[in-house]
Design a protein around this ligand. Sequence first.
Ligand SMILES: O=C(O)C1=C[C@@H](OP(=O)(O)O)[C@@H](O)[C@H](O)C1
Ligand SMILES: C=C(OP(=O)(O)O)C(=O)O
Length: 431
Amino acid sequence: MKAIVSNTDRLQGEIHALSSKNYTTRYLLVSALADGVSTIHYPAHSEDSDAMRRCLIDLGAELHEDAEKMTIRGFGRHPKAIKELNVGNAGAVLRFLMGTAALLPEVTFVNTYPDSLGKRPHQDLIDALEQMGVSVEHQNGRLPIIIRGSKAHGGLIEVSGQVSSQFLSSLLFLTPLLPEDSEIRVLHDLKSKVVIGQTLEVLEEAGIIIHASEDLMHYHVPGGQQYQAKSYTVQGDYPGSAAILAAAAVTNSDVRVTHLMEKSKQGERACVDVLQAMGVDLTHQDGIVHVRGGKGLVAGEFDGDEFTDAVLAMVAAAVFAKGTSRFYNVENLRYKECDRITDYLNELRKAGAHVEERQSEIIVHGRPEGVEGGVEINAHYDHRVIMALTVVGLRSAQGLTIKDAHHVAKSYPQYFDHLKALGAKIELIEE
Ligand SMILES: O=C(O)C1=C[C@@H](OP(=O)(O)O)[C@@H](O)[C@H](O)C1
Ligand SMILES: C=C(OP(=O)(O)O)C(=O)O
């Protein structure tokens, strides 16, 4: 699908935020790891959450769904011994399930997105699993990956957090089910640290006890635990909503996004503070973010690691801010669906933005007058590139054509419909 995004002066209306992808994948997993029937209210529906759902069914979970909720009968510590799992292009799903696969004799994770997930590194998790007696066959730390887990045990586990927090999350989901206690030590740095808060929150809701150090670098996990079957409610999704809020910030707008909890543990909640720091007229009350855009943005400096999945949308807003913005501590954006620094900035440059890259920084020389556009954008298989370039397209004199825009469905299938409902001039063409 191609998205033709035209210059749009005004956005107006109200959007009910989509359900959180990260909470949905976690609630699905802890429900499957429980014995008994759990309920998830308002689960997300996207390619990534569907990938988790599909894989858990393959592993023996029983799922039923109506319009508002899903019930899941879990497989506890005994997933079905299947041969193959296909996680699509979902990084978190792959990494979390590589841990679960350690409960099985042999599973192959196939490589269906060789140019996206197929390029992403998993070596740090592989190293950790090997310390636990799991045998892993892989292609230089990449897919396809075969996990042989029959001998998995707890104990001392060291894992690097330098590339992704998902490796640590994976171990936190697995280790409570092992007979032995585990000590997990995070080596180097822990990137996207805020996301670990979501993992710990969900584990606690599922009745699992984890003793975490205050800096989230050390964990004592008692073994022999059981996940409890529970009832969960998924909150609204900040990373996806950040793109809607950025679109509202760069246009003349009066837009409300509802269902966004002020006290959320999603790091991307910070997009509200970032936009405010850029001078956007915005309020956040009773779960509603209300933007009155069009008054002109100002540049700022931001630690992007605090809102990993909203960085691209915030950079798109900064493209139209007065002055030079800097998003630092973002190197791990290079290991996502594409290289979200080099690939993304190349597309922004094509659109007419003035941007520079460092190894772990994005620098934006803002153009409050707007950009020229009139070019075709390569989506690089990346939903967040698509969402962010759409924001830029709304302020491009000649608009932007985004190729392969269907990849937006990885996290936010309704993105274009939501923007169109607000008045964005977007035409979708099936190819
Ligand atoms: O744990 C999770 O659900 C996620 C963790 C983050 O990844 P990294 O820890 O690799 O930055 C985030 O970017 C991803 O979208 C989802
Ligand atoms: C990077 C993302 O997801 P994942 O790592 O799960 O593929 C994302 O949603 O932006």
